[in-house]
Design a protein around this ligand. Structure first.
Ligand code: ACO
Length: 322
């Protein structure tokens, strides 16, 4: 049995921040941001009630409604995030409580922007092993709290939000999946946790913010993601044109179009929302999936390829039948 996605949902904060608004905070411009990334605006949390948890719960509820599944039917909840509100309990356990999903085991996965794919692939493995049958998978980030808002090279790139899917154990759905990591590249996209303030190692209380070597991440993405897609298609005995839609991690439109070029495919096969969402890390693929689903783009039997890359370094992909 494999994972079949039977419902999708998403949640974005109310506040929309344009490139022009950011140019009032840092030395940047709409022209620079759009020409380098394709991003025009992003949603950012703007009140204490908008949190990683609140967005995860709203997206999860929407996915459950879309799937016609009640929370008590869930036996697994996985949340992919690097920006939990609490170190413990996990966001997944807090989602379980908020939804009343009393029969579900729940835990978080940290694989940065690849996190949703790692979670989907984990659910598929559980289903193949016959351990669980009905799962809620959420990708959620409030990256705005990890950003140095005086660093123009990163603060213009990211947005907040959550996306979710309900997956059911089924004869058809996931066709093939893969994931990989290269910890030796971890330094090019990094965010330290709090410094240790115990009385034996007093190093201060400064919190570090996200650091990214943009050009190295760019080079990694445009090399690794096509390799990953080719490897997955080979596993399934398929060719790039056999896929109806490629739903890629929404980091940068230049990366997406470079991958389309390398696969020799038209951009119509690559739905994108990065212009209005920015990079929402683990949330980007499930938010995009929810948007294309609710806009009626997907037909039963469509072949979808989901693929992403992120800090770690990590990469992952999933090929599935809708
Ligand atoms: N506005 C104006 N100028 C800027 C800005 C900005 N927001 N940011 C940087 N610059 C300047 C730099 O200071 C530099 O100026 P200098 O030449 O005087 O030193 C100049 O622009 C060029 O900077 P580069 O870093 O070389 O710009 P580049 O063309 O490489 O684009 C970018 C930067 C957009 C970050 C690109 O490298 C990129 O997209 N990388 C991939 C990023 C990514 O995908 N990250 C997420 C991956 S994983 C995850 O999702 C968490």
């Amino acid at each position: 049995m494999r994972a079949k996605i039977i419902g999708t949902g998403s949640c974005l904060p109310d506040k929309i921040v344009t490139n022009d608004s950011l140019s009032a905070i840092v030395d940047t411009s709409d022209e620079w941001i759009q020409s380098r990334t394709g991003i025009q605006e992003r949603h950012l949390v703007s009140s204490e009630t908008e949190t990683t948890l609140s967005m995860a719960v709203t997206a999860g509820q929407a996915a459950l409604e879309n799937a016609g599944i009640s929370p008590t039917q869930l036996d697994l909840i996985l949340v992919a995030t690097v920006s939990s509100d609490f170190l413990t309990p996990s966001t997944a356990c807090m989602v379980q409580k908020a939804l009343g999903a009393s029969n579900a085991a729940a835990f978080d996965i940290n694989a940065a922007c690849s996190g949703f794919l790692f979670a989907l692939n984990t659910v598929d493995a559980y289903f193949q092993a016959g351990i669980y049958q009905t799962a809620l998978i959420i990708g959620v980030e409030t990256l705005s709290k990890l950003i140095d808002w005086s660093d123009r090279s990163t603060c213009v790139l990211f947005g907040d939000g959550a996306g979710a899917v309900v997956a059911k154990s089924s004869e058809e759905g996931m066709i093939a999946c893969l994931q990989g990591s290269d910890g030796s590249g971890g330094d090019i996209l990094i965010c330290k946790s709090r410094t240790n303030n115990n009385p034996y190692i007093h190093t201060g209380t400064d919190l570090d913010y996200l650091y990214m070597d943009g050009q190295e991440v760019f080079k990694f993405a445009v090399k690794k993601e096509p390799e990953c897609i080719h490897a997955l298609l080979q596993q399934a005995g398929m060719q790039p044109p056999d896929v109806d839609y490629y739903l890629l991690h929404q980091a940068n439109y230049r990366i997406i179009s470079s991958i389309a070029r390398k696969l020799k495919l038209p951009l119509e096969k690559f739905p994108s929302n990065v212009s209005h969402r920015g990079n929402t890390s683990a949330a980007s693929i499930p938010i995009l999936l929810d948007e294309v689903n609710r806009n009626g783009l997907l037909a039963e039997g469509n072949i979808l390829l989901l693929s992403g890359f992120g800090a770690g370094l990590t990469w992952g992909a999933a090929l599935l039948k809708w």
